[in-house]
Design a binder for this molecule. Structure first.
Ligand SMILES: C[S@@+](CC[C@H](N)C(=O)[O-])C[C@H]1O[C@@H](n2cnc3c(N)ncnc32)[C@H](O)[C@@H]1O
Length: 278
């Protein structure tokens, strides 16, 4: 057994139990609000996607914890109304992007879109590409559904599920034009580093899903995670760095509000852009 493979790694902590010790510093959800009422259909849809405790491969260490996050009425209403229109349910079988988007176009996967500000801007700025956003938190999914409707974004679809399983089960090898992973949860405590998303086994899986010539673009504001990313991406034989070390932020990635504030305070942000080799 390859214990580096996320699908094989044993001993998952309970996924539905709030982990009050976790410091995923700017996670999209705020803990401890009263659970909002949702219809039975929405409840069932969310249970079968975000929580999925019994989905195949639920044995790897999750890069997120489930919390009953605060959700606004608007986000809840968007979940109720728009999930069926813009989201694709997780299923352990390959996705047909042409059918999902209603057209053939390069597909870019974004992992952990949070509240979806960046996702919205990039999808609007690059109308020729299809964007598939994967996120687990209800508030974030509700927020991006609202953006899709408010800004009439035709080239964006959402899967609410653990990205490790989505990539493993739904994305065909050599198929993605790009992958975006912006500000993944940093898990700053050493004992939580095992929860960081960008580990060798997952990067290897991701690289196998990118088409030759396609790219993976990561960004973080945690220096030691940036160092880890550079090491892991550089160590993956299917990937080659597009520059020497960290890349300048490309124009298509907008500055987030949080990032603007951080930069003003002198905090660093590191972008990494690697290409899939043939
Ligand atoms: C720190 S937030 C960053 C959000 C956004 N990318 C940004 O730049 O503001 C990280 C997000 O990744 C999501 N996430 C973490 N692990 C995930 C996984 N395995 N699958 C899907 N989403 C995940 C979390 O729910 C959270 O919303």
């Amino acid at each position: 057994m390859n214990t580096n493979n996320p699908a094989d790694t044993p001993a998952t902590p309970p996924v539905n139990k709030p982990d009050t010790t976790a410091d995923s510093s700017h996670s999209a959800a705020t803990p401890a609000a009263a659970p909002a009422a949702v219809s039975a259909e929405t409840q069932a849809a969310l249970a079968s996607t975000a929580h999925a405790p019994n989905s195949p491969g639920a044995t790897h260490i999750r890069s997120f914890v489930h919390r009953r996050g605060h959700i606004t009425q608007g986000q809840l209403a968007a979940l109720e109304r728009l999930m069926g229109e813009w989201s694709i349910p997780y299923a352990p079988r390959r996705l047909d992007p042409a059918a999902a988007f209603g057209r053939e176009a390069p597909t870019v996967l974004e992992i952990g879109f949070g509240m979806g500000e960046t996702t919205e801007k990039i999808a609007l700025a690059r109308p020729g590409d299809n964007f598939l956003g994967v996120e687990v938190f209800n508030a974030g999914v509700g927020s991006l559904l609202r953006r899709i409707e408010d800004s009439s974004i035709p080239n964006l679809r959402i899967i609410q599920h653990d990205a490790v399983e989505v990539v493993r089960d739904m994305i065909a090898p050599d198929s993605l034009a790009g992958v975006h992973v912006y500000f993944p949860d940093p898990w700053p405590k050493k004992r939580h580093h095992k929860r960081r998303l960008l580990q060798p086994a997952f990067v290897s899986l991701l690289a196998s899903r990118i088409a030759p010539g396609g790219y993976i673009h990561c960004a973080t504001d945690w220096e030691d995670y940036a160092v880890q990313m550079l090491e892991v991406l550089s160590g993956e034989p299917l990937l080659a760095n597009t520059v020497d070390g960290y890349a300048p932020r490309p124009d298509y990635r907008p500055l987030t509000k949080f990032e603007t504030r951080g930069l003003r305070l002198g905090h660093g942000v590191w972008d990494l852009i690697f290409k899939r080799v043939a």
